[in-house]
Design a protein around this ligand. Structure first.
Ligand code: PNS
Length: 159
């Protein structure tokens, strides 16, 4: 049986931390569905089309074992649509832990069968977050090496 996981997030924009996690996820799972949540509370910098374009460009060498998608509504409902019960998420510092723990438990409250698999972020990306990357880029700082080159160009263009 194929082991499928959903890697959900805001991906505004995708960072090298996300790219690393997706690659490592594919060493565990046969297929990874990387999905942009449409109804995240945050006001996004990029449109969903722009986000998906950057994700595809950044992970294009991974072939057809990775699927790019977006979803609206609850993650638990989206998982059912994808015929899987597994979510992949990255953990950076202790800061992420509370938030991830809460989400994972809330999701399991809604669907007992759901499981979240956490991978520790690679140490190079420990301090990388889409929020900080946008902040640095918005003030003209360099985020080279923290995001794929394609994303870096899009950020420079945006600001
Ligand atoms: O990259 P992010 O912003 O940390 O990702 C958060 C995300 C998109 C995984 C989370 O907000 C989510 O699952 N949103 C979908 C709506 C939902 O199911 N909310 C209840 C979560 S317990």
């Amino acid at each position: 049986m194929e082991r499928i996981a959903v890697y959900p997030g805001s991906f505004d924009p995708i960072t090298n931390g996300h790219v690393d996690l997706a690659r490592r996820g594919l060493e565990i799972f046969d297929k990874l569905i990387i999905a942009v949540a449409l109804n995240s509370e945050k006001t996004p910098l990029f449109t969903v089309e722009e986000k998906l374009d950057m994700m595809k460009q950044s992970l294009k060498d991974l072939g057809d074992r990775i699927i790019f998608d977006s979803f609206e509504g609850l993650l638990v409902d989206y998982l059912k649509k994808c015929n899987t019960n597994i979510v992949l998420r990255g953990l950076r510092a202790v800061l992420d832990f509370d938030y991830e723990f809460q989400m994972s438990l809330m999701n399991r409250k809604m669907d007992r069968g759901m499981e979240t698999v956490f991978l520790m972020t690679g140490y190079q990306w420990f301090y990388t977050s889409s929020r900080l990357i946008k902040e640095v880029a918005s003030f003209g700082g360099s985020v080279e090496g923290l995001v794929p080159d394609y994303v870096n160009k899009k950020l420079i263009k945006k600001f």
